[in-house]
Ligand binder design. Structure first.
Ligand SMILES: O=C(O)[C@H](O)[C@@H](O)[C@@H](O)C(=O)NO
Ligand SMILES: [Mg+2]
Length: 382
């Protein structure tokens, strides 16, 4: 039970996702990027793994913080280990981030599941073993035939409905797209999608994250006419009072916060302030599965749904272990990319979706990621 090793391996993987100057993903030619796998090992050889960006588990962070908290401890003491890492963040000179807490927490959950030959969502206490996915479309672009026009969004939405999706979320155009942001163009894309898919497909938007209150209000009012289910992150989430103002002035549900710091504690403040109608959490955003579950349960206490940000196994297990969220966010999707091709370091998808739009939680132990350890070893860089 005692943790004896914590290690991070960095390896090369090929992807067609490229990040723009605001960190948004767009398709491009295949290129190699570095990925990291964190491994936590016990004295009796049990292992837990989780993936992240290499800088999140760089040697300074692992040696200065993670190893000092974990080595010699019982791997089952996730709450204690998470609290100790979270407590150290304030005095870490901003070196110990929520992303590091998340990858450590996920690897500990994976370790517990592998040791007990049980999937994480069953360990938590499962609510379901399949969940409807919404197709989360990438931010708009200026690529011919990509997501450059409202009509492009409409055509792609038709493709997603044929694939089986029963919900679609648009990320509309944002800088550095030359002419973005533009509320009227956002609404044209949303109208084109509504026209293309008809009244029964659920639609949501995740808009430019720095609109003014009046821009966000105009966007929300337009979405109400199109029967959208929610408006997400149209303004800077650091302004809780702006979201309180928006939620008070709109009928369409406001979802958040996604990217705001403060973990489950700050999300409690959003609920208390009435700054959202549907709460939001995400394993990477709040520092792990452990705090994501706390956020989800807190929302339930207020009769609120809490939608989970992001794909990957870690978020799927939180959704599968919870009643008060409707969707799994499957994406990000683009006409030029085949999401179901997965990753070269995983032998199969962590979130396979059937033709009815249901994602089935893999029955494999732990997080259930079908890791190709040979690929990682053969492509390891450090
Ligand atoms: O900003 C982005 O690139 C996307 O919005 C991304 O974070 C996406 O995962 C999201 O916000 N989903 O809700
Ligand atoms: Mg979002």
């Amino acid at each position: 039970m005692i943790i004896t090793e914590v290690s991070a391996q960095v390896f090369r993987t090929t992807t067609r996702r490229h990040s723009d100057s605001a960190g948004h993903a767009h398709p491009g030619p295949p290129h190699q990027v570095e990925q990291a796998i964190l491994t936590i090992r016990t004295e009796d050889g049990q292992e837990g793994h989780s993936f992240t960006a290499p800088e999140i588990v760089r040697p300074h962070v692992i040696d200065k913080f993670v190893k000092k908290v974990l080595i010699g401890q019982d791997y089952r003491d996730r709450e204690k280990l998470w609290q100790e890492l979270a407590h150290w963040q304030r005095g870490s000179a901003a070196q110990l981030t929520d992303r590091t807490l998340a990858v450590v927490d996920c690897a500990l959950w994976d370790l517990a599941g592998r040791a007990l030959n049980t999937p994480v969502y069953k360990l938590i206490g499962a609510y379901r073993d399949k969940v409807l996915a919404y197709g989360s479309i990438m931010c708009g672009d200026e690529l011919e035939g990509g997501l450059a026009t409202p009509e492009d969004y409409g055509r792609f939405a038709e493709t997603l409905v044929k694939r089986g999706y029963k919900g679609i979320k648009l990320h509309t155009w944002m800088p550095p797209v030359s002419w973005a942001p533009d509320v009227k163009m956002d609404l044209k894309a949303c109208a084109a999608v509504r026209e293309a898919v008809g009244p029964d497909i659920r639609l949501m938007i995740d808009a430019f994250h720095w609109y003014s209150r009046t821009d966000a209000l105009e966007l929300g009012r337009g979405l109400e006419k199109l029967g959208f289910d929610w408006i997400e992150e149209p303004m800077d989430e650091q302004s809780l009072s702006s979201y309180k103002w928006l939620a008070d002035n709109l009928d369409i549900p406001v979802v958040g916060p996604e990217s705001a710091a403060g973990k489950h504690w700050h999300r409690a403040e959003w609920v208390k302030a009435g700054a959202c109608d549907i709460l939001r959490t995400g394993v990477n955003d709040v520092g792990g599965i452990t705090p994501a579950l706390k956020t989800m349960r807190m929302a339930e206490c207020f009769g609120m749904e809490c939608e989970v940000h992001g794909n990957t196994a870690m978020n799927l297990h939180v959704v599968a272990a919870s009643k008060n969220c409707r969707w799994y966010e499957r994406g990000l999707l683009h006409p030029f990319l085949e999401y179901d091709d997965g990753h070269d370091y995983l032998k199969s998808l962590s979130d396979p979706m059937d033709s009815d739009g249901f994602v089935h939680v893999p029955d494999r132990p732990g997080l259930g990621e079908d890791i190709d350890f040979d690929f990682i070893a053969n492509n390891r860089v450090r």
